[in-house]
Write a protein that binds this ligand. Structure first.
Ligand SMILES: [Zn+2]
Length: 306
């Protein structure tokens, strides 16, 4: 496993999506006041980056293309210089913090995002990496609203910024309206990111590895669910059901209310094609996913010892 070795280079990123202001302001604040984080992990070099400054300036998710969908190896390797700002920025970030692959100079990347969904402090792991698992498990004990979402990624194909590093956590904080700030969420997020840095230091001292295993709930990606519509590109025919709105990480069983049509009819969850009758939806009604035709992401819940 990759991070059995020391974590020497850490990147804390904000503004990968320009209108997700918690990460933007956290990085800007720490750039101005390095004393806020400089003592958290003396055993590593910690760098800060505002990933998409152009989108931050516009207070939009992106300018030309979603930056957090621009880091697949295919995108990074295109021979022609891309015209879209975000594809050029992705290459630049990869040159500075990568190169993506086993020889990358970044050991750990913490990418701070916001969601409009009621997801609390959602810790998204892209791999079963020993440090990110152990540290995230500790944080579920320390923060009452922290959740673990496991979204396995084939690293070279993955479009996410975090996969430029050997290990990464994408921290999704909500509910927060895009383009805005929320003081309570900002303060919790700052504490959470600092704790990751402190736990990285604990890891480098060989102490985190010695902690007893912690029982965690793990929500593993199953599939994205789109809105009902007659054909691809048609207007959506229903909204998230009011009984489901805000119920991220809750169980959705076959027969439960899922959508409400515009003429007031309930649309029920039918279960999965493979016969599975329970799922745990997250990113319910995420505003940024309307353009991607995602109404929510369905996950499967397990309990594990991490
Ligand atoms: Zn985001």
């Amino acid at each position: 496993m990759l991070t059995m070795s020391l974590i020497k280079n850490i990147v804390v990123a904000g503004g990968t999506h320009g209108n997700e202001r918690t990460g933007v302001r956290l990085v800007e604040k720490w750039m101005e006041h390095p004393e806020c984080y400089s003592s958290c992990c003396p055993s590593a070099k910690v760098e800060l980056v505002l990933s998409n400054p152009e989108a931050v300036r516009l207070n939009r998710r992106y300018r030309d293309h979603d930056l957090n969908r621009a880091f697949s190896q295919v995108c990074l390797d295109m021979s022609a210089e891309p015209e879209e700002y975000e594809f050029r920025r992705a290459r630049e970030l990869n040159r500075i913090y990568g190169l993506k692959g086993t020889g990358t100079k970044t050991d750990l990347l913490l990418d701070v995002h916001n969601t409009g969904a009621n997801m609390g402090l959602c810790l998204i792991l892209s791999a079963r990496d020993p440090f990110t698992m152990k540290a995230s498990a500790v944080l579920t004990q320390e923060f009452k609203d922290a959740w673990i979402y496991y979204q396995p990624e084939e690293r070279s194909m993955s479009p996410y910024f975090g996969t430029v590093a050997k290990a990464d956590v994408c921290i999704e904080i909500g509910p927060q309206q895009h383009g805005t700030l929320d003081a309570r969420l900002f303060e919790e997020s700052e504490s959470l990111v600092k704790r990751y840095l402190e736990l990285a230091d604990e890891w480098n001292r060989g102490e985190l590895q010695k902690r007893a295993p912690i029982q965690v709930e793990v929500f593993t990606q199953l599939r994205d669910l789109g809105y009902p519509k007659a054909w691809a590109g048609a207007p959506i025919e229903a909204m998230i059901h009011p009984d489901l709105l805000g119920r991220d990480f809750g169980e959705l069983k076959k027969g439960d209310k899922l959508f409400r049509s515009f003429d007031g009819k309930d649309i029920l969850y039918q279960g999965e094609a493979d016969g599975r009758e329970s799922v745990w939806p997250i990113f319910i009604n995420e505003p940024a996913y309307y353009e991607k035709d995602i109404a929510m992401s369905l996950t499967v819940r397990t309990e594990e010892m991490w």
